[in-house]
Design a protein around this ligand. Structure first.
Ligand code: FE2
Length: 518
């Protein structure tokens, strides 16, 4: 008994030590303006607030006019970083940087529910942005897609106001290519911090690495533009998004050798390599897992780790370990390179990163209960049938063999009476997944047929015709047989019993949706 009391006293002391604010200093004075204020790793008991500016502390409280708990910040990778601990689950907090005064009650966030629980409002509201980084995209010194990420954001906000009761976003998932063309710090500023400032200071961003986060590499530009000089051989240029490195230290923004500060993506984001937010520690920020209430999310690295056989095996082994221990209701996986796609420039029958992700990881998703997979890379929207066992090229797809079928023997659409069931009626297991390509949050490809000899920067005859993806009504604007060439973003809602995914266009209209029930 005495030992038990001593143990309990020691545990109480330990808890007091780990949950106390980092400094006892009072919260006084006005708050200070900051740049790039954003949240990371919001869990049931903790959160990270990052910013750039002079201020070195943050004060928090459960009402906007009573910010009494102070946490000091330190500089980590060029950002002031405050680690908030000892928070209460599923609770709204207000905060101010550098003091207690705040004139803006939108400086607020809500902690995650306890693991396994649903939020008080019954729903986890998730916003996903693929390839949204086009505000900073340039070609020959000219901005090529100004304002397009902004109108996709406005479309989401309109949808949220008109059809979702203005429910606050709980998670922001980035699907890669969120800062064009090379993923420099300045491009992250222009394409991410400047476009979504109110959202990213209210919810944690959980990203994955795309090719455009990885700097520049050599490309034969004749593949894009057959020019007279191409007759004498390849014309090589350093082009953003072409890097073939598997090493983040080799980050090269302009083709003249590795940059000093390393990979900006890894400096900006503070990601849970040690299982800080749930899931099995991955040991790297390049891929990781976390829990949010009854949702388990995994971010894989189809860019760096996937380029190296040993790293890819390590990532697969970790994924099997992580998913084996996951007991939450829903599992969502994000990474950049799509498992199935017939997007412009990005064909999952041809592009090695996509083949590797399909052959190495899709079987794991199916064997270990993953429900939804989201990718970007192709700048259009494609969404699969409810799939199991299709790991080959597109010409090996058989609806009868690989897709959940409806009463008529056609692939089920996932709506109404054809809603998907998490436990398959055939196998009695959670062994099917939906794969969505949603890389049009910053631009959408348009039909412009390839000329003789041209393979890139044009649409081939089978553009958006991957048979593993659902079919679309040809009267829908931008519809192709198995995809939609339209700008937009995805919203996922997870309740205790349903998982719903919607593709929202720039006008706030829902162009596709489906439900998985459990
Ligand atoms: Fe990409």
């Amino acid at each position: 008994m005495k030992n038990l009391i001593q143990l309990l006293a020691a545990l109480a002391l330990l808890q007091a030590c780990t949950t106390a604010p980092s400094a006892p200093s009072p919260c006084t004075g006005q708050s200070t303006p900051t740049e790039r204020l954003f949240l990371q790793q919001v869990t049931a008991t903790s959160a990270i607030i990052r910013w750039r500016g002079e201020a070195a502390s943050v004060c928090i409280g459960q009402s906007a006019d009573s910010l009494t708990q102070r946490f000091d910040a330190s500089t980590v990778n060029g950002h002031m970083t405050a680690q908030l601990t000892g928070l209460q689950a599923d609770t709204r907090y207000f905060y101010a940087i550098g003091g207690a005064g705040t004139t803006d009650p939108s400086f607020t966030f809500t902690t995650a529910p306890e693991p396994g629980q649903v939020p008080a409002d019954g729903n986890t509201h998730i916003w996903l942005l693929g390839d949204s980084g086009t505000q900073t995209e340039q070609f020959m010194g000219r901005f090529t897609h100004p304002g397009e990420a902004e109108i996709v954001k406005q479309g989401f906000l309109k949808y949220n106001a008109d059809q979702a009761d203005n429910e606050p976003v709980d998670l922001l998932l980035l699907l890669g290519d969120n800062a064009y063309l090379e993923g420099t710090d300045a491009q992250w500023q222009g394409a991410y911090f400047d476009i979504y400032p109110k959202i990213i200071r209210s919810v944690a961003t959980w990203p994955t690495i795309g090719n455009h986060e990885m700097g520049a590499g050599p490309l034969d530009v004749c593949l894009f533009r057959p020019m007279p000089q191409c007759e004498e051989g390849p014309v090589m240029m350093a082009v953003g998004g072409i890097s073939e490195s598997a090493d983040p230290a080799s980050y090269d923004s302009n083709g003249d050798g590795p940059d000093e500060g390393g990979l900006p993506y890894l400096s900006i984001f503070d990601l849970p390599s040690r299982g800080e937010a749930g899931g099995v520690p991955s040991g790297t920020e390049q891929y990781y897992a976390f829990d949010y209430g009854n949702v388990h999310v995994v971010s894989l690295d189809s860019q760096l780790s996937n380029r190296d056989d040993a790293q890819r095996r390590a990532m697969r082994d970790w994924l099997v370990d992580d998913l084996s221990r996951n007991t939450l209701d829903w599992t969502i996986v994000i990474f950049h390179h799509p498992v199935y796609s017939k997007g412009e420039n990005h064909d999952s029958d041809v592009e090695q990163a996509e083949i590797d992700m399909r052959e190495t990881f899709a079987p794991v998703f199916e064997d270990y209960g993953v429900d939804l997979v989201f990718n970007g890379h192709a700048h259009s929207y494609e969404r699969s049938w409810y799939l199991h066992g299709h790991h080959g090229k597109s010409d090996t797809f058989s609806a009868a063999q690989h897709a959940e079928l409806n009463a008529d023997g056609d692939p089920a659409i996932g709506q109404g009476e054809e809603s998907y069931q998490q436990i398959s009626s055939g196998s009695g297991k959670d062994d099917k997944a939906i794969y969505t390509v949603a890389g049009s949050a910053g631009k959408a490809d348009e039909p412009h047929p390839c000329k003789e000899g041209q393979r890139l920067g044009c649409t081939l005859p089978d553009w958006l015709m991957h048979p593993a993806h659902r079919t679309f009504d040809p009267t829908v604007s931008g519809a192709r047989p198995h995809g939609i060439a339209r700008r937009g973003s995805v919203v996922v809602d997870a309740t205790a019993k349903t998982l719903t995914s919607r593709f929202i266009d720039e006008h706030g209209e829902v162009l596709d949706w489906f439900v998985i029930e459990r």
